[in-house]
Design a protein around this ligand. Structure first.
Ligand code: GRF
Length: 198
C-alpha cells in the first residue's frame, strides 16, 4: 500500500477530506506551529512533522530534515494541500513526479495566493479547481485534473469560495487514489490518464 504525506500550512480542510475519504495518511508536514490543521491531525491521530522555517538557515536545511522524516515513514507520495511554500530542489529531486498540489482556480489563470478572490474580483463567469504535478515554479506543473465552477451573477465571494471548497473536498481524495493507483502518467511533460477517474 503506497504511503502519502500531506503538506499543509493553515486550516487543513483538504487534509481532513483526504483523511476521511482516502485514509492512510502516514504523516502531516506543517510549517506553521499555530495552524489549525494540527488540531485536525491530533483528532485523527495522524503523526506530524512541524517546523518553523525561521529556525533554519535555508530551505535546503529544513527540506533535508523533512526528507529524513519522509524516509523514516517510507513515504511514497507528497500531497500538498494549502502548503504556502515553494518546494525546493531537495524534495523535487527525491520525489520527482510524485508531488501533487491543489489550486483553487483554473490554471494557468490566477496562480499564487488568494486565487478565489483574484478570480472573483476579475469578474470571471467560470472558475474552478486544478490538481497538478509540482515543479519548481508557482502553481506551474503539468495539469492532472480540472473541474469548473460557475460564478452566478448574484454569487457573493463567500458563495464562490464555498463552491470551490466543496469541489476540492470531493475531488482531491479521488485524485490521490488515482495517483497511487497510477491511473495517470506523465508523457512528454503532459498528463495522460490511462484509466478512467473514480
Ligand atoms: C485550498 O483552497 C487549496 O486549493 C489551496 O489552499 C487552500 C487550502 O485550504 N492551495 P485548506 O487548508 O485545505 O482548508
Amino acid at each position: 500500500m503506497a504511503k502519502i504525506a500531506v503538506f499543509a500550512s493553515g486550516n487543513g480542510s483538504n487534509f481532513e477530506a483526504i483523511v476521511n475519504n482516502y485514509g492512510q495518511v502516514s504523516l502531516l508536514v506543517c510549517d506553521n506551529p499555530d495552524a489549525y490543521v494540527l488540531k485536525r491531525a491530533e483528532k485523527s491521530q495522524i503523526d506530524t512533522f512541524v517546523f518553523s522555517p525561521r529556525n533554519y538557515k535555508s530551505k535546503l536545511e529544513y527540506e533535508e530534515e523533512i526528507l529524513k522524516k519522509l524516509e523514516e515513514y517510507q513515504v511514497d507520495y507528497l500531497v500538498l494541500a494549502g502548503y504556502m511554500r515553494l518546494i525546493g530542489s531537495t524534495l523535487l529531486t527525491a520525489y520527482a513526479n510524485r508531488i501533487i498540489n491543489i489550486h483553487p482556480s483554473l490554471l494557468p489563470a490566477f496562480p499564487g495566493k488568494d486565487a478565489i478572490l483574484q478570480a472573483f474580483e476579475y469578474g470571471v463567469k467560470v472558475t474552478g479547481v486544478t490538481v497538478h504535478f509540482v515543479d519548481e515554479g508557482l502553481d506551474s506543473g503539468p495539469i492532472i485534473y480540472q473541474e469548473p465552477v460557475i460564478v452566478d451573477d448574484n454569487d457573493t465571494y463567500e458563495a464562490v469560495e464555498e463552491k470551490i471548497h466543496t469541489l476540492e473536498h470531493r475531488i482531491y481524495p479521488i485524485i490521490v487514489q488515482a495517483l497511487v493507483n497510477k491511473d495517470f502518467v506523465l508523457e512528454g511533460g503532459k498528463v495522460k490518464w490511462v484509466r478512467r477517474m473514480g
